[in-house]
Design a protein around this ligand. Structure first.
Ligand SMILES: O=C(O)c1cc(=O)[nH]c(=O)n1[C@@H]1O[C@H](COP(=O)(O)O)[C@@H](O)[C@H]1O
Length: 237
């Protein structure tokens, strides 16, 4: 997967996305989430793909194993590069997701990478302790990362601040960390809790960062994107 910077296209219509993408004259790695997919559907995925962009289809599947497997079979036909589930669905569900993806990928095509969300970047330690009765956020992230790797998935979604915990729990060389919760120094957290900058994310070992509003809501998205790319590239790893 080319660019390590994944732009979250959190728009609600095709028109807004096209206006955004038309400002760039280079292939991007973009993320299509629920807001856009529920409005524009598979046809728009195909259109974005035909423009030459890589796609992370972020639908965060979480259901009984059979339902997730059948859904993944359908997603596999969309020729996207990356898809995800919630690790909280458990190992049986994650294995079923992978089976569905393998079965659904057309012959001669590469199956999309499959990753699992550990704990959302909008979640705090207090929240998981109080609302989910979990001993700590760190324990939960560590357990989910290990379970994800043991289930045969390709990596996790986590905060850059969690990458160290993930690497301790899942030691496979090619296990990828895709990390949202990115803010430029001057930006506010919005609804995110566990955030950091692009440069710090790379220092912490993230393989990919997911950036939404810092780019899409900026006055000059192309310039902001370039700034993030140069911050990322400026870090020696
Ligand atoms: O799976 C994701 O992409 C995801 C997981 C997570 O824990 N936190 C998280 O923010 N995301 C997504 O990453 C993007 C972050 O957007 P911004 O906060 O605007 O940069 C959104 O599209 C979220 O849906």
């Amino acid at each position: 997967m080319t660019s390590p910077i994944i732009i979250a296209l959190d728009y609600s219509s095709r028109e807004e996305v096209m206006a955004f993408l038309n400002q760039f004259n280079q292939p991007l790695f973009v993320k299509v989430g629920m807001e856009l997919f529920y409005k524009e559907g598979p046809a728009f995925i195909k259109e974005i793909k035909e423009l030459g962009h890589k796609i992370f289809l972020d639908l965060k599947l979480h259901d009984i194993p059979n339902t997730v497997k059948q859904a993944m079979k359908n997603l596999a036909k969309l020729d996207v590069d990356l898809v995800n589930v919630h690790a909280a669905g458990g190992s049986k569900m994650m294995k079923a997701a992978l089976e569905g993806l393998v079965e659904g990928t057309p012959e001669g095509k590469q199956r999309p990478l499959l990753i699992a969300v550990t704990q959302l970047t909008s979640t705090s330690n207090e929240q998981v302790v109080e609302e989910q009765g979990i001993s700590s956020l760190t324990t939960s992230i560590s357990l989910y990362a290990k379970l994800t790797e043991e289930s045969g998935l390709d990596g996790v979604v986590c905060s850059p601040l969690d990458v160290e915990i993930v690497r301790e729990a899942a030691k496979g060389e090619g296990f990828v960390t895709v990390t949202p919760g990115i803010r430029l120094a001057e930006n506010s957290a919005d609804d995110q809790v566990r955030i950091t900058t692009p440069a710090k994310a790379r220092e912490l070992g993230s393989n990919y960062i997911v950036v939404g509003r810092s780019i899409t809501k900026s006055e000059n998205p192309v310039q902001t994107y370039e700034k993030i790319v140069s911050q990322w590239e400026g870090v020696t790893v």
